[in-house]
Design a protein. Structure first.
Length: 364
């Protein structure tokens, strides 16, 4: 098992405050990958009006919430289960499947490996190759799939590389996994930010493959990490029944349920988020590429992975330089297969992005 080094997560603002003596309210976090527009205005006003909902238990089945998610994702209502953030659903799924050996596409989010380990399983990593821009070679991956594996874990678009796998390629992976009786867990936390959402999301494939489960949450795209609202989509009816029988009732509080019912239908907010992300992603990547001192990898999410090619500059130095100007980026040396020459940052508002670019340019 690969060891993960301690690091500052995008949510570790209290720790940053202690170490650097900067008030957390003054820090602009380019590390958390959260929508800079903040929460949906429609959701904000409706929550105030419906605050009395906390005087009642939520519906055990969360039918209204699941109906909104169904309309939003175009997945059948009966294929959707909700949970206390996607983290709870990952944990439940791992407990149920109890994989002895899993293959994880990396570098990626460490929580997958942690949950598999807690369940007594072993994780192997299939490394995405830097020379290929961290894009997947599907034929090579297929050659590594066999009956010894119980689970394949894919983050799509991937964190921290921001690379993505098309729906067409995902079909090839699922077909091969079906042949070897391998279950596939796809984390689509960042898929709504993708420039070609319909070509990347695997949600339509849940109608045809019963070895597939997709996980999503509202933390990033809907800027609501504190709600702890997540959902899973699978066409495997037996798996759905087992998840529902294992999960505790009312793990989503009444306010989170109401918020979820509203945010998924705020089309104006969704459109503005996609437009802002698309424009800033193109502008920032174009600017970075013009410097000649960094390598910029193609971005499908709301963040970009960058490799430092200027001698004498490290991601740690960039982090220190930025945090003292009250901006937080991510040093990616803690991810498997990456070192202290990689950093990642998300796209915020145009003015905030300009501040960060000016700061980074001072060293790069």
């Amino acid at each position: 098992m690969l060891k993960h080094v301690d690091h500052f997560h995008g949510s570790d603002l209290e720790k940053i405050e202690q170490v650097y003596g900067i008030k957390k309210e003054e820090i602009v976090s380019f590390s958390a990958n959260v929508n800079p527009l903040g929460i949906s205005p429609r959701m904000r006003s409706a929550l105030i009006e419906r605050i009395d909902c906390i005087t009642s238990y939520p519906d055990r089945e969360y039918t209204s919430l699941r109906r909104q998610i169904s309309a939003y994702t175009q997945a059948p209502l009966e294929h959707i289960v909700v949970g206390n953030g996607s983290t709870e659903l990952i944990s439940l799924f791992i407990q149920l499947e109890h994989p002895k050996k899993a293959l994880i596409l990396g570098p990626t989010y460490s929580e997958y490996e942690r949950e598999i380990s807690l369940g007594g399983g072993t994780s192997l990593y299939y490394p995405l190759q830097e020379k290929a821009g961290f894009l997947l070679d599907v034929e090579d991956l297929r050659s590594h799939l066999n009956e010894d594996l119980d689970l394949l874990v894919i983050c799509n678009p991937n964190n921290p590389t921001s690379s993505a796998i098309s729906q067409r390629t995902m079909r090839k992976i699922l077909d091969e996994c079906k042949r070897h009786d391998i279950c596939v867990m796809v984390d689509e936390t960042y898929v709504e930010f993708a420039p070609s959402y319909e070509d990347i999301t695997a949600v339509p494939l849940t109608r045809y493959y019963n070895n597939l489960i997709i996980l999503r949450g509202v933390s990033k795209f809907f800027a609501s990490p504190g709600l702890r609202l997540g959902y899973a989509i699978t066409g495997n009816e037996d798996l759905m029944k087992r998840i529902n029988s294992l999960k505790n009732p009312w793990t989503i509080n009444s306010l989170a349920a109401v918020a979820g019912e509203l945010m998924f239908s705020d089309k104006d907010y969704i459109a503005k988020t996609k437009e802002l992300t698309s424009k800033e992603r193109a502008r920032i990547c174009r600017e970075l590429k013009s410097w000649g001192t960094v390598k910029v990898y193609e971005s499908y999410a709301n963040f970009v992975l960058v490799h430092i090619e200027k001698e004498g500059v490290t991601a740690e130095a960039l982090f220190e330089h930025a945090i003292r100007r009250k901006m937080m980026i991510r040093n990616c040396c803690t991810f498997p297969f990456l070192d202290n020459r990689y950093f990642r940052f998300c796209f915020m508002t145009p003015s905030q992005n300009d501040r960060l670019l000016a700061c980074l340019k001072e060293l790069l």
